[in-house]
Design a protein around this ligand. Structure first.
Ligand code: GLN
Length: 481
């Protein structure tokens, strides 16, 4: 069985009866069992997946109407609720939490006959960018298992890159879809804020995060958006944009489009490999008929500080519910009074989550808010104004997704500030609500580099079109599994 096909190819193959959903799923699970000890993308595997795929085959045979996914194996980041399945957020705090309902994205995928092959690894509560902060151990980069796969949706990117599923869903608060996509040489798409419902996504920083697809091709991301986007009464931050078809017109190219190269995103911290890849990308975009011009966005240099101040504040409030009264785990309570009980219960969080909660309690507190939280909000508004100005002049912006190559596991895990800084190119899209995508661009020293394109709000179709055009200019080697 060829597990290397795209989602669109899978649909055609199953639809035409060349392969059965059941066989494909069985081969996928066998492959996972063979390789995942090394990669550790999965936190749990759906025991019923083969059976569910079989039901789809039955539907196809009996001529019933079948949903667009035709039983396609999809992996889901373990911070989205699938009814009846464990949803751990890669935290010991939710080790035994079984979701009582489906997230909206899960419901939509179900309606379209997707099969969930399993839940995949992440940094605890999606805080991090290497997957090393998972309470269940790190995932490995399929391109070189000694290296981090990026994060926080590391399991999603690994599973797509290593053919352990056809597509995956991740979540992106400050780059968590795009960063691992870049490190694993797959496509990661962060939509316009509000395009996809967050209902059933366990919140990290509600005001800026979005669920997004991680796929092998740009067209597959468009295919996924067609299924999972749309206004949702259960999430009043969703927008109604008339549900366009994201696949139509995707091949129309970017002739005549004006593209801004953000100077602050190719500055000092950018490695020479990433810099030369960026130059090559600009050359390719120009050869497609676009015009590129370097531009400056002053606020970008404050974006990481603002991002971590705002997200820690929201996380501090979101994570307050894990008090071991409503969610949690068993431990003997005798002799504890309330405060010491809560303190003890909350020690279950790992070091990074704890760090964020401490910062999140401090920066918005009375006496500190003016210095930190309110200032961060000002940076956010200024950055938003700045990017709005950019889109008066440009159709798209370009920058490398991550300023450096994937690095070895353990190399930066003890240096939070160095880790935070790696988000410099991704957080702007989140803070301003703009859509952004990472497209696999090149392989340097055996390690992937992704290129990021950013568009204005609700220009997701244009963004996909540009990403597709760029994708057509590259011819990458296969992942050496
Ligand atoms: N690295 C960022 C953080 O730790 C991004 C996380 C995300 O997008 N979920 O907050």
């Amino acid at each position: 069985m060829n597990l290397k096909i795209s989602a669109l190819e899978y649909v055609l193959e199953v639809q035409n009866g060349n392969i059965s959903a059941e066989d494909y799923m069985a081969s996928t699970i066998e492959h996972i069992r063979g390789i995942d000890d090394k990669l550790h993308a999965f936190l749990s595997i759906n025991d019923d997946a083969i059976n569910q795929a079989q039901q789809i085959d039955r539907k196809i045979k009996s001529g019933e109407k079948v949903g667009a996914c035709f039983g396609m194996p999809i992996s889901i980041k373990d911070n989205m609720c699938i009814k009846g399945s464990k949803t751990t957020c890669a935290s010991k705090m939710l080790e035994n939490f079984v979701a009582p309902y489906d997230a909206t994205v899960i419901q939509k995928l179900r309606q379209h006959d997707a099969t969930f092959v399993g839940k995949v690894n992440l940094d605890e509560f999606a805080m991090g960018l290497t997957t090393e902060f998972s309470a269940y151990g790190p995932s490995s980069n399929p391109w070189n298992a000694e290296y981090v796969p990026g994060g926080s949706s590391g399991g999603s990117a690994v599973s797509v890159s290593a053919f352990e599923c056809v597509t995956s869903l991740g979540s992106d608060t400050g780059g968590s879809v795009r960063n691992p996509a870049s490190f694993c040489s797959v496509v990661g798409y962060k939509p316009t804020y509000g395009l996809i419902s967050r209902f059933g996504l366990i919140s990290y920083a509600n005001s800026i995060e979005q669920i997004g697809p991680i796929t092998r091709t740009v067209k597959d991301s468009a295919f996924m958006l067609n299924i999972i986007s749309g206004a949702d009464p259960n999430d009043n931050t969703t927008i109604d944009n008339g549900n366009p078809d994201y696949l139509s017109g995707i091949e129309s190219g970017i002739e005549g489009k004006r593209i801004g190269i953000i100077k602050e995103m190719v500055g000092e911290g950018t490695s020479s490999e990433v810099l030369s890849a960026t130059k090559e990308a600009i050359f390719k975009l120009e050869s497609l008929g676009a015009t590129c011009e370097e531009v400056s966005m002053d606020m970008v240099k404050y974006s990481v500080a603002a991002y971590y101040t705002i997200t820690a504040t929201e996380a501090g409030s979101n994570l307050a519910r894990y008090d071991n009264l409503r969610y949690g785990y068993e431990f003997p309570v005798e002799g504890y009074e309330f405060n010491s009980y809560i303190t003890k219960a909350r020690r279950k969080f790992g070091p990074e989550v704890t760090r964020r909660m401490i910062i999140g309690g401090f920066v918005p507190s009375a006496g500190q808010a003016g210095k930190y939280f309110l200032k961060a909000l000002k940076v956010k508004s200024k950055l938003t104004r700045e990017i709005s100005e950019m889109f008066k002049k440009f159709d798209l912006l370009v920058a490398p997704t991550v300023p450096i190559l994937p690095f070895k596991k353990g190399e930066k895990v003890d240096d939070p500030v160095a880790l935070f800084q790696i988000d410099i190119n991704t957080v702007t899209a989140n803070l301003t609500g703009r859509p952004a995508v990472s497209v696999p661009f090149t392989i340097s020293n055996g390690l992937p580099i992704g290129m990021q394109l950013i568009a204005d709000s609700n220009q997701d179709k244009l963004l996909l079109r540009a990403a597709y055009a760029l994708e057509q200019t590259v011819n990458l080697p296969e992942v050496p599994l």
